[in-house]
Design a protein around this ligand. Structure first.
Ligand SMILES: C[S@@+](CC[C@H](N)C(=O)[O-])C[C@H]1O[C@@H](n2cnc3c(N)ncnc32)[C@H](O)[C@@H]1O
Length: 275
């Protein structure tokens, strides 16, 4: 019995390694994903300049955004927290939903920068096989967000979560859970149900991963957003985020990879130590 359970563990481990490979396969030449890109004749999303993007959302003053980060693995890069919060502010998001809480930093930063926004964040439940597999302590989930009352912590695998009560409720949905192709499709279809109307925005994290287009995410987006809506999907330049809204209508632009961008950002970083 002991041997059997070890074998089960190893099998689970191998499966999870395959999932990691599937995730990373967005960076290598996977035939299935290439086929999808060829089918839609889209190998990269058009890009939008940060100023053009925020002007289109009606932003008149470039805001100062406060961001908390602890620079550990699994959290988003600071520029992505910045852009996400800036989007929420620009569209005056009343309700925000995210898949992928982890330490709760995207949820916390959203709250920090738009206090009146209702924040809902979903992550896998304590009995999920991946928690056991990676030996993740429970305190990790929502570490920075769980003490904030207006942040609602939901626990379920995103393939099993009952979204019906939240249907058509959100101005901004951030997809940052399991980044495999299948889950990106699942989570994107759900996001389409969660958004309030055609002005709402869906944001996918890790469209850019380690400086490269993450084909898992790109293909997951293309397979879930109806083809006639693909013209409304963009990559927000200087972020790792892809965005969709039924109202987006930007000129098709691709920035030269080596061109110095127009905008740069000044960061002041202050260390805090927990008591
Ligand atoms: C990259 S982290 C999220 C980071 C967070 N959004 C941030 O920016 O601070 C990804 C999270 O997605 C969660 N996750 C992975 N698979 C999931 C699934 N199937 N359903 C729900 N959450 C999932 C992981 O447990 C992890 O906490």
């Amino acid at each position: 019995m002991v041997i059997l359970s070890r074998i089960e563990k190893i099998k689970k481990y191998l499966n999870s390694q395959n999932r990691i490979k599937a995730y990373v396969s967005g960076l290598v030449n996977d035939d299935k994903l290439e086929g999808i890109l060829n089918k839609y004749k889209i190998h990269a999303l058009p890009q939008v300049d940060v100023n053009d993007f925020f002007a289109s959302l009606g932003e008149t003053i470039t805001p100062v955004i406060n961001v908390k980060a602890d620079f550990t693995g699994g959290i988003s890069p600071v520029n992505d927290y910045y852009m996400l919060c800036r989007i929420a502010r620009a569209i005056k998001a009343e309700q925000y939903f995210e898949i992928g809480t982890w330490l709760g930093l995207s949820a916390y930063n959203l709250h920090l920068n738009s206090k009146d926004t209702g924040v809902y964040t979903l992550d896998i439940p304590p009995d999920h096989e991946e928690i056991e597999l990676y030996k993740i302590p429970e305190e990790v989930f929502g570490f920075y967000s769980k003490h904030i009352q207006s942040i609602h912590h939901l626990r379920a695998d995103s393939k099993l979560f009952n979204y019906k009560p939240y249907s058509k409720s959100f101005d901004l949905v951030f997809i940052d859970g399991n980044h495999s192709f299948d889950y990106v499709i699942n989570d994107s279809k759900i996001a389409l149900e969660l958004i309030k109307d055609e002005h709402s925005i869906i944001a996918w994290h890790d469209y850019i991963l380690c400086g490269e287009i993450n084909k898992n995410v790109l293909c997951g987006i293309l397979e879930s957003i109806p083809a006639e809506e693909h013209k409304h999907i963009v990559h927000l330049y200087q972020s790792n985020i892809a965005l969709y809204s039924g109202t987006f209508d930007f000129p098709k632009k691709y920035f030269d990879q080596w061109k110095i961008p127009l905008h740069n950002y000044n960061l002041s970083i202050k260390q805090e130590t927990r008591p």
